[in-house]
Design a protein around this ligand. Structure first.
Ligand code: ADP
Length: 363
């Protein structure tokens, strides 16, 4: 058995989502054979939150075992290197060159759980090992001070006159709610909101990040337009509830992103169902409504989060980490959402690199 033979076997293993083999994708970072016949393989994934890690592990094991009895065991070490989005790479005068993927979380209307999803995506990605920032772009109604438990924290400027983000829950975060009197933020007019968003985005010292999640205001106002003008977005996620009437709002949000030339990466169905004390699942709002809409619009559904009292409690008490450590369906569904989100960005990034440039010729 040689390392070259092992490499050949790895050429037969495809990344299940990128539909190319691990060698062509440059994911194999090391192969060695130890004296006792143990094969050690180092694999670099495109995200630490890869949902298909176990499947890739199984596929590698079965491919390498085909080399016969000389293989006494297989050790696979996974690392991750998140790639920057094509939008990020192509951006001129990029205000955030250290951020690999900027993704907005929007919703057609307020109260559907947009901030809840943004917070849990950010914390969930960080728990998987990614470096993550969360910006409260909801200038008119910032929720992050409460949801991240920032009450006792004070924002300050670095010696370079940049806003230093908070570091709670393993993520970098910043919100207008900690920079001005939150009551005042609500009455800002368009140009002031524009300025506030711009300062939060570009004057916060985000540093190097794999993902920067932006919690947008609900609806289709000025802030998304400002955002699209100053930041190179990798894409957006739209949160909605399952009811038929909620779909119309979500469609408007989706149309807005598309008009702004921001790819809609997926839809998240929040308050999808309720689990009673008896363990039974109740479809209060008619589960899967978002699914039907997403299918029709050809957009993936990234997750379905149940109505859950602990989630509401943890949000109110600024303790998002407990959403992931409690047992039961909530943690499970959040983990699925986080991994689907990370995977769809990886696919988008790779797909984006392979996309043919288009040339518009006028005249
Ligand atoms: P939005 O950002 O869309 O206005 P929020 O994320 O602020 O909505 O959520 C509104 C309220 O609903 C918050 O109190 C939040 O804790 C609660 N909430 C959101 N999603 C759920 C859920 N799945 N289960 C229970 N409460 C939820």
């Amino acid at each position: 058995m040689t390392e070259a033979q092992i490499l050949e076997q790895l050429r037969t293993v495809n990344d299940p989502e990128l539909h190319k083999d691990l060698v062509s994708l440059n994911m194999v970072k090391g192969i060695s054979i130890k004296d006792n016949g143990i094969v050690a393989i180092a694999i670099e994934l495109t995200t630490p939150a890869c949902p298909l890690k176990d499947q890739i592990r199984r596929d590698i094991e079965s491919a390498v075992r085909q080399l016969g009895e000389e293989v006494q065991g297989i050790e696979i070490e996974f690392t991750a290197n998140v790639q920057a989005s094509p939008q990020q790479k192509a951006a001129e005068n990029n205000p955030l060159p250290g951020v690999k993927n900027i993704v907005a979380v929007g919703a057609g209307k307020g109260g559907v759980g947009k901030s809840t999803v943004a917070v849990n995506l950010a914390v969930g990605l960080a728990r998987q090992g990614a470096s993550v920032g969360l910006m409260d772009g909801d200038i008119y109604g910032p929720s992050l001070p409460t949801m991240l438990g920032l009450d006792k924290h004070t924002a300050y400027m670095s010696t370079e006159k940049r806003i230093v983000p908070f570091g709670e829950h393993g993520i970098k975060s910043m919100t207008i709610g900690k920079l001005v009197d939150p009551g005042k933020a609500l009455i800002w007019r368009g140009p002031m909101a524009h300025g506030a968003f711009q300062r939060l985005a570009t004057q916060t010292d985000w540093g190097d990040l794999d993902y920067l999640i932006i919690d947008l205001p609900p609806g289709t106002g000025d802030v998304p337009l400002t955002m699209s003008q100053i930041l190179p977005l990798a894409g957006a996620v739209v949160v909605c509830t399952p009811q038929k009437v909620a779909q119309d709002d979500a469609r408007r949000a989706i149309a807005m992103f598309q008009q702004l030339n921001i790819a809609v990466l997926g839809v998240v169905e929040n308050m999808s169902y309720f689990i009673g004390d008896d363990g039974k699942e109740y479809d209060i709002f008619g589960r899967d409504g978002a699914q039907a809409m997403a299918q029709e619009l050809n957009i993936p559904v990234l997750g379905a989060i149940p109505i859950n009292m602990a989630l509401r409690r943890n949000s109110d008490s600024g303790d998002p980490t407990s959403n992931f450590t409690g047992d039961g369906k909530l943690a499970e569904e959040l983990e699925v959402l986080v991994k689907n989100f990370a995977a769809c960005i990886s696919v988008e990034v790779l797909g984006g690199d392979q996309r043919q440039p288009t040339l518009t010729i006028s005249g």
